[in-house]
Design a binder for this molecule. Sequence first.
Ligand SMILES: [Zn+2]
Length: 317
Amino acid sequence: MATISIALSGFACTPQSSSTHQAASTPQASPRLEGVPKVVATNTILCDLTKQIAAATVNLTCLVKPGADPHIYQATPEDRKAIEQANLVLYGGYNFEPTLIKLIQASSNSAPKVAVNELAVPKPQQFEEDGQTETDPHVWHNAQNGVRIAEVIRDNLANIAPNNATLYADNAKKVTGEISQIDSWIKTQINSIPQASRTLVTTHDALGYYSQAYNIPVAALEGISTEEKPTAAKVKELVGEIQKKKVPTIYAELSINPQVIQTVANEANVKVAEEEIYADGLGEAGSRGETYQKMLIANTKAIVEGLRGQFTPFQAK
Ligand SMILES: [Zn+2]
């Protein structure tokens, strides 16, 4: 008898508890802004540029947080939910954020899913690694590619919210104008570094586009992804290169443990720059690298000062 009574009371309770549950879950599930499209951006660069262009016209969810490593990022159930509910999904592509790309491609959501960096830079830099041709996904370190990324974001926002197309065009124009000025500024900054000390040594091979655009050779401890850890032979090779080229400063990166690059610095008897490089994304709000533009400036400042160039602060015209 006891069992039946519990079951009955449980049953009687159901409609009420169901409505209570719904009321409690509504604020979480509902967008921060009512009645505007939901946009998902996988990484911090796309997140920031979308914020700058869309302003308050979309409800933006950013998946990989500042300081996290997109190469090895593990997608969460919340990420999956955000992707399923989005009206527009923006991701980098070229295998930059592999677990999120898999999730996005497997999604049944029919909303546009846009590989922004692949559209912005259809001819990416390629290189041979372990006998394989690999594509370098870190396209945004060339500021001219950043201009194209902003334009792709602008166009895709206008597709889902045509009424705001003029606002997006105006905001994107301001952003791309500033990025173009930063692009010219970086060229003069890197040019001030003496040829003898102009080699950029970082933890992983993320600055190939920066290298080509701004004329500074790079060497790195790890490959294009951060998945494979460096071998003792690789450490030794890099130490030799640093000593041969008399590189005064080498660089740690925001999202990678600095221990190994510190070992390299100790063995080569050089210093690790106090300011780490933003290799795989932006910094937290309030940091030197909190926006795409600030990140380009912060990296350039660290490189120019560490490699004995003449640093002149950026001033927008
Ligand atoms: Zn990377």
